[in-house]
Design a protein around this ligand. Sequence first.
Ligand code: BLA
Length: 316
Amino acid sequence: LRRSSSTKLGEASAGSVGRRTGRPCVRVSALSYRQFVQFALDETALHTRMTPSPLQERFGSMKPLDDKTEIELLSYKAPKIRLLRSLSIQGEKGLQVLDFAMLPEPEYDLPIFCANFFTAAETNIVVLDLNPLYDVIKHKDYKDKYYGDLMSLGFKYAELLPWGGKLTGESLRFFSPMVIWTRFKSSQHMHDILYSAFVDYLKAWLVLMDLGIRETDASRIIANREAQHRYLTWRAEKDPGYEVLKRLFGETHAKNVVRGFLFDGVDSLGSKTFLDYFPEYQCEEGRVNEKRSMIGKSFATRPWNRKGEFIENCND
Ligand code: BLA
């Protein structure tokens, strides 16, 4: 992959905080994630031709159980992008949720754009990353190809948005060395930093997408498809947002949103089961262990150095 330089990427978006789209907009809450979604759609539309996803018809008018919560489900597809989907929630007591992802077509080994922001009662839980399709600890070539030039961007935000502490150990396999995993107390200042990070990460992903070359080797395409299926299988089963969605939609609808919308592809891109990919979760009678983690909560500090090398033995 060739790109002018990683600092250029950072510079290009300096001043993007508070950027206006030029459209009239209602400020429902100062700290809403609406401007994030609007920016992502506007910016993506500058790079590619988006068309509504077939999922939109099924999920676009989904309603929560109570009438005080507002939700928005959006989904598109585009050349190279199998699915762009966004779930945003504005609820009572400052509940704000954004789950925004872009999943590539299997002909591309592009990372998955992943923004997961959860805000309630002043607490913010944030994951922002270009999730690697292949485990970067094992696949150095993949890591260099996509993250080599982006580590300075990652490091800039690792300082502004410090590591959020121990997390489900298994999740780390799905994260890149530039992952932002953080928790903070709500403030306009932190919200602005997060917006700026979102803008920069999205722009970086779109550059990777622009440069992405269609794979023609059938075995590579099969491998990409399985890697994405494994990722979707993990998230559809263990995503921390599931409990919140159950409260908002009820169990059946929540399950449909998770398997049919957020992680669409889990039932179509492959036929392996969760236990095929993650056999360590097997319980008696072939049931899946309900614990989120078998390893346990791990990685008290950021396990990547500035160069994006994995640092072992930093568990406690
Ligand atoms: C917590 N969300 C978390 C945590 C992580 C993530 C790492 C910390 C708890 C843990 O270690 O598991 C996010 N984990 C991810 C992501 C990946 C992963 C993005 O493995 C990708 C591979 N979060 C949401 C949405 C909601 C949400 C949509 O993304 C709500 C609808 C809620 N996340 C949420 C809540 C917590 C949380 C309530 C704290 C409670 C908990 O830890 O279970």
